[in-house]
Write a new protein. Structure first.
Length: 344
């Protein structure tokens, strides 16, 4: 029911995950600070705080090769990360500690990547960010990116920063670990044969919805549709669902996925038909049927692009892990443990 939300959150979470995927995990069995980092031998990366060279100030969460990460930046990112929880103000101690750790590792890795980009003279242009923006709007069939981001509580600046970090990381991985991401056609074919069950599908439909919480608003939407207005445009104007920015597109799904009262209506429609207002547990809904897809096997030729994308992403994740581990082994990282404990 939430295509736009899932897509954007998935994208952002992927960026955050890959940025700290190679870091050490906290260990509740010992006395290590929950946000501290350790190398393969178990040595704390923050133990060199008294060594010669730049030292932490009270305003810094960490030093990465002499460059500071401010407490202000850490607190802002921690609050952004906490938005994934329904009640961010009521997180238990263990969850908050894990969130502090992952947030700090994310910022440290971003700084390591930025430093490496300067060393190797790699950058991300404004044109590349613009293409990412256009691709996102096309994918979601939306007109205004800020409308999409508002649904997630994100500013455009936060989204742009995440995209720059992701693109910068991808360029550096391709430059430094490209040989690990090579994909042969034999691997693609093998993945298809080993997962044939995934490529057997039941009959599916693709539908779009308009969801409102008041019947009067749904009636206004229905009247607009009956007057000949485009369904996607009406959804963007009236729908209160988070997929409104995508014209209410729900994607493909099988029978039994939606609430029964809505499922029966959707599967009784012909392509292009618009339903009356349907009362469901979500509110008042109007749906239209966009496509039908028969049951059957997905051919290798049709699944190939998706398989390639998945396998390349898996290889890229492994490459990121190894590359970030190498960067961290060569880095000097100091962590302000006592100050971090105070951030809520």
């Amino acid at each position: 029911m939430n295509t736009t939300c899932c897509f954007v959150v998935t994208c952002l979470m992927l960026v955050f995950f890959t940025l700290f995927s190679g870091c050490g995990n906290s260990d509740s069995q010992d006395e290590r600070a929950p946000w501290d980092s350790y190398d393969d031998s178990g040595t704390s990366l923050s133990e060199n705080r008294d060594a010669a060279g730049p030292q932490l100030t009270p305003q810094e969460a960490a030093l990465v090769n002499g460059e500071g990460i401010s407490m202000e930046a850490f607190a802002a990112r921690l609050h952004l990360s906490a938005r994934q929880f329904d009640d961010a103000d009521a997180l238990d101690r263990d969850t908050l500690n894990r969130l502090r750790e992952s947030t700090l590792q994310e910022l440290i890795n971003e700084r390591l990547i930025a430093q490496q980009a300067v060393t190797q003279q790699v950058s991300v242009s404004d044109d590349e960010i613009q293409r990412q923006r256009d691709n996102l709007l096309e994918k979601l069939q939306a007109d205004n990116i800020q409308t999409v981001l508002d649904e997630q509580g994100l500013s455009y600046e936060e989204w742009e920063e995440s995209q720059r970090n992701r693109l910068l990381q991808e360029k550096l991985i391709d430059l430094n670990m490209g040989s690990m991401i090579h994909l042969s056609q034999e691997e693609v074919r093998q993945a298809y044969e080993q997962n044939r069950a995934e490529y057997e599908r039941e009959a599916q439909v693709r539908a779009a919805q308009i969801l409102t919480y008041e019947e009067s608003r749904a009636q206004q939407a229905l009247e607009a549709l009956q007057s000949g207005a485009d369904f996607a445009q009406v959804a963007r104007k009236y729908s209160e669902s988070q997929d409104a920015g995508a014209g209410g597109d729900l994607g493909f799904f099988e029978e039994g996925v939606m609430p029964p009262e809505l499922d029966d209506v959707i599967f009784s429609l012909e392509v292009g038909d618009v339903s009356p207002i349907v009362k469901t547990p979500y509110g008042y809904q109007i749906v239209t049927l966009l496509e039908r897809r028969s049951a059957g096997s997905i051919r290798f030729e049709d699944a190939k692009a998706q398989i390639e994308e998945r396998l390349i992403q898996q290889k890229r994740m492994v490459a990121i892990d190894r590359w970030m581990l190498e960067l961290r082994k060569e880095a000097t990282i100091l962590i302000n443990e006592s100050a971090l404990r105070q951030i809520q």
